[in-house]
Design a protein. Structure first.
Length: 607
């Protein structure tokens, strides 16, 4: 007896989208259905490793395509794992993924981009409704003992029909009844083209009946097992596109077969552009794991560190157990050594790109630089290699370009300079005009200008590069002996200022870093700067108010003026100067209108 059921609301929404908005790249439905069939075959082969009853069913695994031009029907069948009734309802009636609404939000209206998203997001099956007036799925689970199969049927409105039917073998038939205008998909020439475009790297034979003879459309040997020198860039790129559903070529590939104690092959890619969910830490990442050519799992995240989460590809190990699970992977010593070697290979490839194709490297940096900056904290061992890949803006270029490396800096550094200087601010303009840079600029000392949220934290973890300490120019001197010593009369003035400011500042000192500005705020050595403060506070740490050092440019004309003021005006003027320094640090005065009133007054006063 047939039952009618309603789709989950989100599924209906998605179906409507498929039918009404995403029809410009209809052909991808072939890729999606074949990829589902291939997954089902992978699952059966994987289960058969530990289930002798299934071993017999896992012979002659493959995908079959039948075309009926007369009736405009295309049927894609596999003899894979199949589905029972509950699974069909679950898989084809609802969208299990929590991120569906995120997906729906991401749709841009740009048809080409959107259909690319479908592939990345894995809502593949429903893409059949871009071309179909009706879709029938007949499936029999390889795990069930019953002889019955399930027939599922929908016309893409809000409901579907279920009934029991007979089916001899386990696996799934997806039968797509094409709308008249999509009849071309029953043309065998067209289908062959699509298979070679999208599905040639499927690891199971895809067969089609061609004028009475069955032909296999794809190559079955896994691409990554072929010798490097037999593969062209185009083949590598096509495989990447197949793997990731990215429409662009990758930036680089790294392909290695490792022999000896452990045998494995890796084929890793660095994409050109960041995927839409790069910043979502929960989103799938990592690579596909195969053991002796058998597909084991997607998103195997233990083979690469988190800061290389943009890397895509395949690892095929000969030595991991076939029944390996995520839990086993976590502690498996072999995984550790593959991770170490793969990390090194990716870092080397990036280094090579930076040294030999800088323009391309710049693209990479713009897409993934921020992720790479997480590296030194996560991967202490490689921190110097990662640091050498970083690009910075520096005070050397008044333009905003981010393209200098730490090695460039070291090369230009005068022999009497021992430290690498950096300045952190919210914007490039704030950094380059920071009072902390005035003397440095006058003395032609180069300063790295850092404006990413993560930068101060990054520098704190790096500490040094090639034995040269990284020094924040907004911080106090590391040793007391470097502190400028005030004269007796200066001392009296400084004490008077400190008396008025009280515990707003920890010290008032004459400055050796200022040239044009009257004063500035300097952080104590162990105090976090504004950016790090924000990160720490966001992470729930309670930090007391910052108590900076107030540094005074003793030769500045405003300071000279200060000396002779009567007490009340002296105090007002000190408040004004303090706010002036707060503003230069990217902060705002506690009482902005008071600050502005004072400014008015000083501007209109006759000097
Ligand atoms: P995805 O494949 O990304 O999970 P789909 O919407 O394409 O998303 O498919 C939903 C689910 O339906 C799959 O995860 C799978 O469990 C099931 N499925 C689809 N096609 C098949 C098939 N040919 N054989 C077995 N299960 C299938």
């Amino acid at each position: 007896m047939a039952k009618t059921k309603k789709f989950q609301t989100e599924t209906t929404q998605l179906l409507q989208l498929m039918i009404h908005s995403l029809y410009s790249n209809k052909e991808v439905f072939v890729r999606e259905l074949i990829s589902n069939a291939s997954d089902a075959l992978d699952k059966l082969r994987f289960r058969a490793l530990t289930n002798s009853r299934l071993a017999e069913r896992s012979q002659n695994l493959g995908i079959k395509i039948e075309l009926d031009e007369e009736n405009s029907v295309i049927k894609i069948s596999d003899n894979g794992i199949g589905m029972n009734e509950d699974e069909i309802v679950q898989n084809l009636g609802t969208i299990a993924r929590s991120g569906t609404s995120e997906f729906l939000k991401k749709l841009t209206g740009d048809k080409k981009k959107d259909s690319n998203l479908i592939g990345q997001f894995g809502v593949g099956f429903y893409s059949a409704f871009m071309v179909a007036k009706k879709v029938v799925v007949i499936s029999k689970s390889a795990l069930s003992k019953s002889a019955q199969a399930i027939h599922w049927e929908s016309s893409g409105d809000e409901k579907y029909i279920l009934k029991e039917v007979d089916k001899e073998t386990c696996g799934t038939d997806v039968i797509v009844y094409l709308k008249e205008e999509n009849k071309n998909f029953t043309n065998s020439f067209e289908i062959k083209n699509l298979i070679s475009k999208y599905s040639q790297y499927i690891n199971f034979p895809i067969r089609i009946d061609d004028a009475g003879a069955e032909v296999t459309l794809n190559e079955e040997e896994a691409l990554w097992l072929k010798p490097k020198n037999s593969l062209s860039d185009e083949e590598y790129n096509n495989f990447y596109k197949f793997l990731t559903a990215d429409q662009d070529d990758p930036l680089v590939h790294v392909h290695n077969r490792v022999e000896g104690n452990h045998e494995y092959t890796n084929l890793l890619y660095i994409p050109k552009h960041a995927p839409f969910d790069l910043w979502n830490r929960e989103s799938p990442r990592g690579i596909k794991l195969y053991v002796q050519r058998v597909f084991i799992m997607d998103d195997a995240e233990h083979f690469l560190p988190l800061y290389l989460r943009f890397v895509r590809g395949v690892i095929d190990s000969n030595d991991l157990p076939l029944n390996v699970s995520r839990e086993i992977l976590q502690d498996h010593p072999l995984v550790g050594s593959i991770k170490k070697a793969s990390t090194k290979r990716i870092l080397d490839a990036l280094q090579y790109l930076k040294d030999n194709a800088f323009e391309e490297y710049l693209d990479f940096w713009n897409s993934f630089g921020l992720v790479l900056k997480e590296g030194p904290a996560e991967d202490f061992e490689n921190r110097e290699a990662i640091a050498s890949l970083m690009l910075f803006a520096t005070s050397r270029n008044e333009t905003h370009e981010v393209k200098e490396t730490l090695d460039d800096y070291l090369q230009r550094m005068p022999s009497d300079q021992n430290d690498i200087y950096f300045c952190v601010a919210d914007t490039f303009e704030a950094a380059i005009n920071s009072p902390h840079l005035e003397k440095m600029k006058a003395e032609n000392k180069e300063v790295l200008l850092l404006t990413d949220r993560i930068d101060e934290w990054l520098m704190t973890t790096l500490v040094a590069y090639k034995d040269k300490p990284l020094v924040n120019v907004a911080k106090s001197f590391a040793s007391d002996s470097d502190k400028p010593k005030p004269s007796k009369t200066q001392q009296a003035l400084l004490e008077k200022i400190k008396l008025h400011l009280g515990d707003r500042v920890s010290e008032v000192l004459p400055s050796s870093r200022l040239k044009d500005s009257a004063c500035c705020l300097v952080l104590n050595q162990n105090e976090p700067g504004i950016q790090l403060r924000k990160i720490l506070e966001a992470a729930g740490q309670k930090l007391g108010e910052s108590v900076p050092i107030f540094e005074i440019n003793m030769t500045h004309k405003l300071i000279k003026k200060l000396k002779d003021l009567p007490k009340k005006e002296f105090n007002n003027f000190v408040d004004f100067l303090f706010d002036y320094a707060v503003i230069a640090e990217g902060g705002s005065p506690k009482n902005p209108s008071k600050y502005l009133r004072q400014l008015d007054k000083y501007l209109s006063a006759k000097s």
